[in-house]
Design a protein around this ligand. Structure first.
Ligand SMILES: Cc1cc2nc3c(=O)[nH]c(=O)nc-3n(C[C@H](O)[C@H](O)[C@H](O)COP(=O)(O)OP(=O)(O)OC[C@H]3O[C@@H](n4cnc5c(N)ncnc54)[C@H](O)[C@@H]3O)c2cc1C
Length: 287
């Protein structure tokens, strides 16, 4: 196995392009190293991203948008003094990943590129409307986070392409997000269902919303009908029932020992109502 530690994204792309066999980029390594040790994926080439300038930066731009570096860990997001005030749902989703040890390494980008339909930070990241910058042998492109996962363990990135940045749009006024998952244990488990909601209010009325469901389909899914069910409402009981109905209609879950199809579909509706309420309550007290 060849291990490289490039100091620029250009060099990382060139290394990936020139590599034969299986290549993995190393952010926190909490998926890559586990898969390696369990003989699930044995990379021929490892390209460690952590020596590239800026990958540990969390930056709030003048327009209120955020850039998050590709090696920023969950712990660094949680400890940031203002990120969690503007994007509490994103930070709480990332904070659910693993243990204290895992938090010191795990990244948003790794969670996204691992391609798990049950990834915890990805629904919240999609709900923000985040865009990633992708660099490859043909240049640089911008890609909505929602367009990255294509199936379990799969992404739309070519083998030579690397994500260089995560850009989160400005939070704006009267808005908030939330994320929750259902797991059979209290921690250190994989989501049976995950749900993120990001919404904006005008007075008490919801004027913008994004609802994203995890672990209920082969990819994490934005559910536009669920957003429609609550836009224009004050999240009264009727709106919440319609939200649950729309979410359940979008579910195509697996049936396994951790949850039957019937159970997952039911929980999806319950969770969506709860998470929407949290986002709504947060937005009412946001500036
Ligand atoms: C004990 C334990 C508990 C866990 N609990 C959870 C949990 O509760 N919820 C959850 O969602 N996950 C969980 N995970 C999985 C894992 O921690 C997360 O998926 C984590 O976010 C992965 O990030 P990483 O930086 O460690 O990724 P890495 O392992 O470094 O990389 C993961 C994938 O992303 C690719 N990649 C990395 N950086 C880039 C880049 N810049 N451009 C393109 N591709 C890139 C790699 O090639 C690889 O395929 C757990 C793992 C462990 C070991």
């Amino acid at each position: 196995m060849k291990y490289h530690k490039p100091t620029s994204f250009k060099e990382a792309v060139a290394l990936a392009e020139g590599a034969e066999g299986v290549t993995r980029f190393l952010a926190g390594g909490t998926d890559v190293l586990v898969q390696l040790r369990l003989d699930i994926v044995t990379p021929d080439t490892l390209v460690d991203m952590k020596a590239i300038a800026g990958v540990k930066d969390i930056t709030r731009n003048e327009d209120g948008s955020w850039d998050i570096g590709v090696a920023v860990s969950g712990a660094e997001m949680t400890e940031h003094p203002t990120l969690g005030k503007e994007w509490p749902g994103l930070v709480e989703a990332m904070d659910l990943i693993g243990s204290t040890q895992v938090q010191g390494r795990a990244t948003l980008v790794g969670n996204l590129c691992n391609g798990s339909p049950a990834a915890d930070s990805v629904p919240a990241l999609m709900a923000t409307g985040a865009v990633v910058t992708v660099e490859g042998k043909n240049g640089t492109r911008q890609l909505a986070v929602a367009d990255v996962p294509t199936g379990p363990g799969k992404t739309s990135l070519a083998a030579h392409e690397v994500i260089t940045n995560i850009h989160i749009p400005p939070r704006g006024q009267n808005a908030a997000d939330a994320y929750e998952r259902f797991i059979p244990r209290t921690e250190m488990d994989i989501a049976v269902v995950g749900c993120a909601v990001n919404l904006r209010l005008d007075g008490d009325k919801i004027v913008e919303a994004t609802v994203v469901m995890g672990a209920v389909a082969p990819t994490i899914r934005i559910v536009p009908d669920a957003a429609k069910a609550i836009i224009g409402t004050t999240l009264d009981d009727a709106a919440k029932d319609k939200l649950a109905e729309a979410v359940r209609a979008a579910c195509q879950p697996i049936d396994d020992k951790r949850g039957t199809i019937e159970f997952r579909v039911h929980v999806a509706g319950v969770l969506a109502k709860r998470v929407a309420q949290t986002a709504y309550d947060r937005a009412r007290t946001a500036h």
